[in-house]
Unconditional design. Structure first.
Length: 310
């Protein structure tokens, strides 16, 4: 049986290029925990270690019940780790197959937007909002969405200029894919994609494989959700309108904040009608978007572009 510090490691719950998250147990307090451990091959890189510990500090600083809590930080045989609440309801990725009742999908999406808004209120951009980075906590008969992974986070004050690209291509807005300045509306875009995925089980836009990270013409629009599911036409039209606004190519056309998106999602879930916004005016010619995207080193559509220290 493996231990790290006083924590028993029972099973791997998730892993990436830089770290592994274990389901574990605090032997002294006799409670379940989640333990995130930096990969051994990165443990000797000072910049990577610092980025890893900065994630723990950010999570600890965000004293909000919509953000998973960090309880301990340590080093075991040269590998840094930090200890968090264990959340037993899985992630939103477990529910993103298009089978959710529409109202439930909208509720979870709104909760995700509220959780990301809490991160923004603390002066931090998430930069990698996607279903697998949002945990689901069960409480009685209800479920609550929590932000869990801030490995790509960046302070808002540092994000307005040219930035190193990080994130997951399928959820990444054009300005983030191209390394341009970003703000809360970049996470709003990702939340719009997440909403569409929770409702339909599909992505709203095609993301190219290989060197073309994200080639999206400014005039492109998500496919109507009604093409994926048999929904009430009025409800489907309202969902389309909210997603269309959240994922607008031009950030100026999106919801200004994650909280504003949450309000729209809650309103639609409650039966209110939303109409599609006017078409946005593209900020960059389509040919320039293609050229810039081709310059960037591509990754597979489902992967995460993680540049630590960015």
């Amino acid at each position: 049986m493996r231990h790290i510090g006083r924590y028993r490691l029972d099973a791997v719950e998730g892993s990436g290029a830089f770290a592994t998250v274990w389901r574990g147990h605090d032997d002294e307090l006799s409670i379940p925990v989640a333990v995130k451990v930096l990969a051994e091959n990165w443990s000797h890189h000072a910049d990577v270690r610092e980025r890893f510990l900065e994630e723990a500090r950010l999570l600890r600083r965000l004293q909000d019940d919509r953000v998973v809590r960090v309880h301990d930080v340590g080093v075991h045989e040269g590998q840094p780790y930090f200890v968090m609440d264990h959340v037993d309801g899985g992630t939103l990725a477990d529910r993103a197959d298009g089978s959710l009742e529409p109202g439930r999908a909208l509720d979870l999406a709104a909760q995700a937007a509220r959780a990301v808004a809490a991160v923004h209120e603390a002066g931090v951009l998430h930069r990698d909002v996607k279903p697998s980075n949002l945990l689901v906590e069960r409480a009685d008969d209800a479920e609550r969405v929590l932000v869990a992974d801030l490995g790509s986070a960046k302070r808002l004050a540092e994000a307005s200029g040219f930035t190193v690209t990080t994130g997951t291509p399928a959820y990444m807005p054009p300005e983030q894919a191209l390394g341009q300045g970003i703000d809360e509306r970049s996470d709003v875009y990702a939340l719009g994609v997440l909403t569409y995925v929770l409702v339909t089980g599909e992505l709203p836009f095609e993301v190219a494989e290989g060197s073309a990270l994200l080639v999206r013409p400014p005039e492109s629009r998500p496919r109507p959700v009604g093409e994926h599911r048999d929904l009430d036409p009025t409800l489907a039209s309202s969902i389309d309108a909210v997603v269309l606004r959240a994922t607008a190519h031009d950030p100026e056309q999106r919801h200004p904040t994650a909280a504003a998106l949450a309000e729209d999602l809650e309103a639609v879930a409650g039966g209110e009608v939303r109409t599609a916004p006017s078409p946005a005016h593209p900020g960059l010619p389509a040919w320039l978007v293609v050229v810039l995207a081709l310059v960037v080193f591509g990754v597979a559509a489902g992967g995460t572009w993680a540049v630590l220290g960015s």
